[in-house]
Design a protein around this ligand. Structure first.
Ligand SMILES: Cc1cc2nc3c(=O)[nH]c(=O)nc-3n(C[C@H](O)[C@H](O)[C@H](O)COP(=O)(O)OP(=O)(O)OC[C@H]3O[C@@H](n4cnc5c(N)ncnc54)[C@H](O)[C@@H]3O)c2cc1C
Length: 411
């Protein structure tokens, strides 16, 4: 392990985890690629962040290092590595912010994986294999202006006409929405109310990017858009996972989404820890490095504790996900993954925001600037407590896992 050249915290995680998981040579190769990609991303992410614009180089960098292949099986052109490697790669790629992680997570960990899990052979050939090569970008369209935590109240509708389905409605806050070649759109049947998932090409007539949401608090390098569907025609071949199965597909895909957010949040904590470790030694006040003032050491210690507390529920959920991915119809494993991904996401997102806050304090006034390495971590980390299900929704799910189904306050 000692002769590997990788970022220190990634190496430390691999070393700790090697007691629980035997990393294959191929998995180590994937982590080396993620490590190099993370280095290559630092400059473009920073430059685009300061300009408050989407990082247009993200797809190119992801393609160069094969990042779109991470959560995908070998038979579809992926790397076929364990979920734990996916988590570690995403942790490493999020040390400077959540923008790239959001882009990658939605495209690969959520949408490509959804087509892998639910798509038929023709859909895999037409969508999954090109997506793995990065020939187009995916988006995931569930949320609407009036349906967020409660997707069942969605207003986007479909009706069947011969061999096609006609979709009308809108989707809001859609990551990659403005750059996507294909969006997995969830819509409700007029009449029966059953929810179905569709693979919708963005070049379809009636598909409009109504708005790029650029006035966000952070996450500037990731595209967030509002989409409108005005009589969009979708061939019946583009129904994903069968008519009426949409909600099941959405919830299963959100398990991957929550794992992705948890991993990125661990990366944010890594980033905060790296930043304060340097700053505490370099910044001199009262004639000595601020790291020699014990109250500053407290901030460093808190971030280090946060890292430990965020890593293990996330890593353990990833280890358990391996069993789930081999038997995705097993009800016990479905329940377990649903709960573990909620726990990991809830814990890691709160600790990421807390860590960015402590890091900002160590940086003082400079920390309050986006020019410092911690300003971006602070602005980006806040959204992790909202997207892929809010803190409150995760808490309801966690409580129900303890109290039982009679106490489920969320469906
Ligand atoms: C930057 C960004 C990117 C996003 N990307 C995507 C994407 O790619 N695809 C997509 O489909 N969506 C995406 N979203 C949407 C995101 O998933 C939703 O914002 C989130 O699910 C919350 O929904 P909402 O914003 O409508 O809040 P609401 O549902 O209106 O919730 C408002 C508040 O009420 C609370 N609340 C609601 N119901 C309950 C309840 N039963 N009990 C207790 N509290 C409750 C919530 O926890 C929250 O605090 C994104 C959001 C953001 C900010």
């Amino acid at each position: 392990m000692a002769d590997l050249e990788m970022e220190k915290l990634l190496l430390q995680a691999i070393e700790d985890l090697s007691h629980l998981h035997k990393f294959t040579d191929e998995e180590m190769g994937v982590l080396e690629k993620a490590d190099k990609a993370a280095d290559a991303l630092v400059e473009p992410e920073y430059e685009h962040y300061l300009k408050r614009e989407v990082n247009k180089e993200a797809p190119k960098i992801a393609r160069k290092y094969g990042l779109f292949k991470i959560p995908i099986k070998r038979e579809y052109g992926g790397f076929g590595v364990s979920p734990l490697v996916g988590v570690l790669a995403k942790e490493r790629l999020s040390q400077t912010g959540l923008g790239f992680g959001s882009f990658l997570s939605v495209h690969s960990y959520m949408c490509s994986a959804a087509v892998q899990n639910w798509g038929d052979d023709a859909q895999k050939e037409r969508y999954l294999e090109p997506a793995v090569e990065g020939k187009f970008i995916f988006a995931f369209g569930l949320t609407e202006p009036e349906a967020g935590s409660d997707p069942q109240s969605m207003k986007t509708t479909y009706k069947k006409e011969g061999n096609r389905f006609i979709i009308n409605g809108s989707k809001y806050l859609i990551t990659n929405g403005g750059i996507a070649g294909c969006v997995i759109v969830f819509a409700k049947a007029k009449g029966s109310g059953e929810i179905t998932a569709f693979l919708v090409d963005s070049k379809s007539d009636g598909f409009n990017v109504a708005m790029h949401l650029s006035e966000k608090v952070g996450l500037f390098t990731s595209d967030t858009a509002m989409l409108e569907f005005d009589g969009v025609e979708v061939p019946k071949e583009n129904v994903l996972g069968g008519v009426g199965n949409g909600l099941h597909i959405a919830y299963a895909t959100l398990v991957n989404g929550r794992m992705g957010v948890a991993s990125s949040c661990v990366g944010i904590i890594d980033g905060a820890l790296n930043a304060v470790a340097s700053r505490a030694k370099e910044r001199i006040q009262f004639g000595k490095p601020i790291g020699k003032h014990q109250l500053v050491q407290r901030h460093v210690a808190i971030i280090r504790q946060n890292l430990e507390m965020a890593r293990w529920p996330t890593y353990f959920a990833a280890i358990r996900k391996e069993a789930y991915e081999k038997d995705m119809k097993n009800k016990d494993l479905i329940r377990e993954m649903d709960m573990r991904s909620s726990l990991a996401k809830k814990i890691a997102s709160g600790l990421a925001f807390d860590s960015a806050d402590h890091a900002m304090q160590v940086f003082g006034g400079f920390g309050y600037s986006l020019l410092s390495p911690v300003g971006q971590l602070f602005c980006d980390s806040r959204v992790a407590r909202i997207y892929e299900g809010t803190d409150e929704i995760q808490e309801l799910k966690i409580a129900a896992s303890v109290l039982g189904d009679d106490f489920r306050a969320f469906e």
